[in-house]
Design a protein around this ligand. Sequence first.
Ligand code: DGJ
Length: 467
Amino acid sequence: MRMRNKHRRPTPFRCSAGSRCSLSAVVWSLVGCVLILHLYSLVHHRDGVEEDVLVRLNRLPLIRELEEIEEETIQIPPPRKRSPRAEKRRPKRPTTLIDEFLDENSQIRHLFFPGLRTAVDPRKEAGNDSLYFYPGRIWLDTDGNPIQAHGGGILYVERYRTYYWYGENKDGPTYHAHDKAPARVDIIGVSCYSSKDLWTWKNEGIVLAGEETNLTHDLHKLNVLERPKVIYNDKTGKYVMWMHVDDANYTKASVGIAVSEYPTGPFEYLYSKRPHGFESRDMTIFKDDDGVAYLIYSSEDNSELHIGPLTDDYLDVTHAMRRVLVGKHREAPALFKYQGTYYMITSGCTGWAPNEALAHAAESIMGQWETMGNPCLGGNKIFRDTTFFAQSTYVLPLPGLPGSFIFMADRWNPADLRNSRYMWLPLTVGGAADVPLEYNFGFPLWSRVSIYWHRRWRLPDRWWALQ
Ligand code: DGJ
């Protein structure tokens, strides 16, 4: 016999006397709601898929070859012979490819940092190699010097039909400010390169220079200037640069702002600040279709990202700010938009050492941001787990090729930062995300972001026809 528990408190879901529905009715309504939501998301997703199929059909001849999976094998070299005494004194643990990558004396260093002989050189009649990107190789400008634009980003200026690539000029000696400090190069400044074809780059010089003598200046050479990004303000007609400004110990954790009349500078440095009163390290800015621009930065000891709109003149942040990817410890944000959805690639926080990239998506730029998993495809597992031994810095939309982007990343060389390499790879948006999303009952709402490994690739002919 079932005993009634006299002490049981009435559930707030109970119906009025005489009705037997109570809890079960509520449960069934909830189940109904969940089913309706599932149906909605399925239809929504189907719409997305159909649209996506159309776009994919459209761009099939354009980028099919770029979406091919290219495998890569790298063997860890056999350990160097050591004397039995040395082995006993300090037994050597097995090395990983990341150890090899970080070891400046590795026998396979040339695989990660190939020498000048194989440099991409736009001055040469390159024959078959012309216009081909070779991720990781030295890339020369039109004067024959290695391009110095690390942690950079690209601005396309319609009026001049020209791309401008801004980045850190790290063309100085690498050293450590003290025992525990990360490898660094004195601030030289922000370089700018211009190009019509994204392959041939002319050096436009240093558009924002480091400060040689004034020790109190934010950009004094002993400080840190990283990840400069430039956007154009249609209202003021000015080019605005935002950058990460820090001291050698990364405790200042601020953003710096500079402005110019021209894309090729000179940029006037205005000031630095902690946006919204918070620490700001790796950062980027993003200009939306409606002209509103946003700052995205790693904060709270890099444990989360903050995002917020800039003022109309792009010279400051507004009061609005949202914390996103809280507790996820992500940095190196690179944000882009496709078919009304916002996407972002981030890295983990391991200094100059490479780690796994993640793709995120959001319907509103201020969040909720969801994580969709590792976007890297091809190469081999260690390539994919290390973002091809590189770290995100920018994602460039390719006008005329909907859903196609260039993923720009830095293959940092902590032993010799000036000799870090650029990893440009094709990025596409399409197909279902392969990680169930946290906030949508496990249904993928967004398309997959895919970054394809290629040893050598070029922009498709159709893109060239549009130029
Ligand atoms: C990782 C960041 O993404 C880089 O920009 C740089 O700040 C290094 N850390 C310094 O260790």
